[in-house]
Design a protein around this ligand. Structure first.
Ligand code: IMP
Length: 451
């Protein structure tokens, strides 16, 4: 099983980082294939806590090659901070490789993200405001700036110049529209024209400096993946965000601007579909979402608040409190089909201790009374749909010390079995606490070949 994709099945924050960290033990190469520093995950190692936004968490395993693939959008300032932070803590980053084809998040992308959200007002998406959408938009418009451009100052300056002019205009228009008084608008225009973040020369110089710093890590990362796969080594393709935030298949427009589904691993890393041998889907034992958009199983009660508190449901990237709800098996079955998931990992089962009954959404009902067994394609239905549930008895015990399936209380096992039967995929691993060793392998631990 050399090519393994790990993806999220909900709206992100399922705990993919921990799963990657555990499976990385048996791999030589770990590749991020989409998204940017809108992602964030925390890895707990004994007393130490590591927060990652861009670098694959496999970097904590000495000797593993960690790749930021061509499908990622990369803010070099954030990457550099991450590198410096890791070095300070003694983590060797010599085997970090960055695709020369990855696109760069520029200061104007961040400004546009914020201004665009402000303009949308009540209709805003609730983005992380990290410039992700505007950067992918530039990529598609062929106005993007890539990592390889950092290595040639003349080209970099020319490309920034071409990209900058329409951005300044767009920002000016956005700010003008937001101002009621003409005088205020004029004032803002002056301020923005002078914004040091939008100065061509300063920007070029700053990015050239990042180019010098990152140069030893810039590579043809697709080739690197091929070589590892050809040698029969295990390569892990680590997804960020999740299926329901997918630009094509998620709850559009309340989605991210990339494709977090498994198929995107091929495009975002530069490998073929035949190189993918297994797809692992990660699902939290309940449901969470940050940002706006439909959420049929959302809770606004004591149980939901308990999930926030016990599950520490606050974003790693923005610190925002996550919305919480019951696990949604209609959406999970949809994610299983979209990604052709072979194995499921259920995370944070321990958080549900003391909740009784445990509710699992098995169908939706529209406001007109129509029943949906499958995920509806029409967004309006999803917005007004209510979920219908199967109720199972809860469990009281703290699961933190469970290490085998037999250690789990029967109610917890029944809950897992119901999920697995409903979607038709085996659950291979269950998370029972934040620590690395707080997992239950259901059946055999997979044998991955590290070299
Ligand atoms: P963007 O990716 O910053 O453009 O945000 C678009 C939507 O995706 C917003 O609802 C964000 O809250 C959500 N989002 C982006 N990244 C993550 C993530 O890593 N976890 C959960 N939600 C995310």
């Amino acid at each position: 099983m050399p090519g393994v994709v790990i993806i999220g099945t909900q709206w992100g924050d399922e705990g993919k980082g921990k799963v990657t960290d555990l499976l990385a033990e048996g791999a030589t190469t770990i590749v991020r294939f989409q998204g940017g520093n809108n992602a964030g995950h925390t890895i707990v190692r004994g007393e130490e806590e590591f927060k990652f936004h861009l670098i694959p968490s496999g970097i904590l395993h000495p000797g593993k090659t960690c790749v930021i693939g061509n499908g990622v959008v990369l803010d070099p300032r954030v990457l550099w901070e991450e590198i410096v932070g890791l070095r300070r803590r003694g983590v060797d980053i010599a085997k970090l490789r960055i695709s020369a084809n990855a696109h760069l998040i520029m200061p104007y992308h961040v400004l546009l993200d914020t201004a665009g959200e402000a303009k949308l007002g009540k209709l805003s998406i609730g983005t992380t405001r990290r410039g992700i959408g505007p950067c992918y938009a530039d990529k598609a418009s062929r106005l993007g700036i890539r990592v390889q451009d950092l290595l040639d100052e003349k080209i970099l300056r020319t490309k920034i110049m071409a990209a900058l002019e329409p951005k300044q205009q767009a920002l000016r228009e956005l700010s003008v529209r937001r101002r009621k008084l003409r005088r205020e608008a004029a004032q803002k225009e002056v301020e923005e024209a002078a914004d040091p973040r939008l100065d061509l020369h300063a920007m070029t110089e700053e990015y050239v400096t990042y180019g010098h710093r990152l140069e030893p890590h810039i590579a043809d990362t697709a080739r690197l993946c091929w070589e590892a796969l050809d040698a029969g080594e295990t390569v892990i393709f680590e997804g960020a965000q999740a299926t329901m935030l997918d630009l094509d298949h998620g709850t559009y427009p309340f989605v991210t601007s990339s494709n977090p589904v498994a198929g995107a691993a091929c495009v975002g890393a530069g490998v073929g579909p035949g190189d993918i041998d297994e797809v692992w889907g990660v699902v939290k034992a309940y449901q969470t979402r940050v940002g706006a958009g439909p959420f049929p199983t959302e809770l606004d009660d004591e149980v939901g608040r308990r999930m926030v508190e016990r599950g520490h449901e606050f974003g790693t990237t923005t610190g925002r409190e996550r919305r919480t709800g019951w696990i949604d098996l209609v959406a999970l079955r949809y994610a299983v089909r979209l990604n052709r998931i072979d194995s499921l990992v259920v995370t944070k089962l321990d958080i549900l201790a003391g909740v009784d009954p445990l509710r699992l959404a098995v169908r939706y009902r529209s406001s007109e009374g129509a029943v949906f067994e499958e995920f509806p394609y029409h967004q309006s239905i999803l917005h007004s749909a209510s979920a219908e549930y199967e109720d199972l008895p809860g469990f009281e015990a703290d699961l933190g010390d469970c290490r085998t399936e037999a250690d789990l209380p029967p109610q917890a096992r029944d809950y897992l079995r119901f999920i697995s039967d409903f979607v038709g995929v085996p659950i291979r691993m269950v998370g029972v606490g934040p620590e690395r060793e707080q997992v239950v392998w259901m059946g055999e631990k997979p044998a991955l070949r590290a070299a």
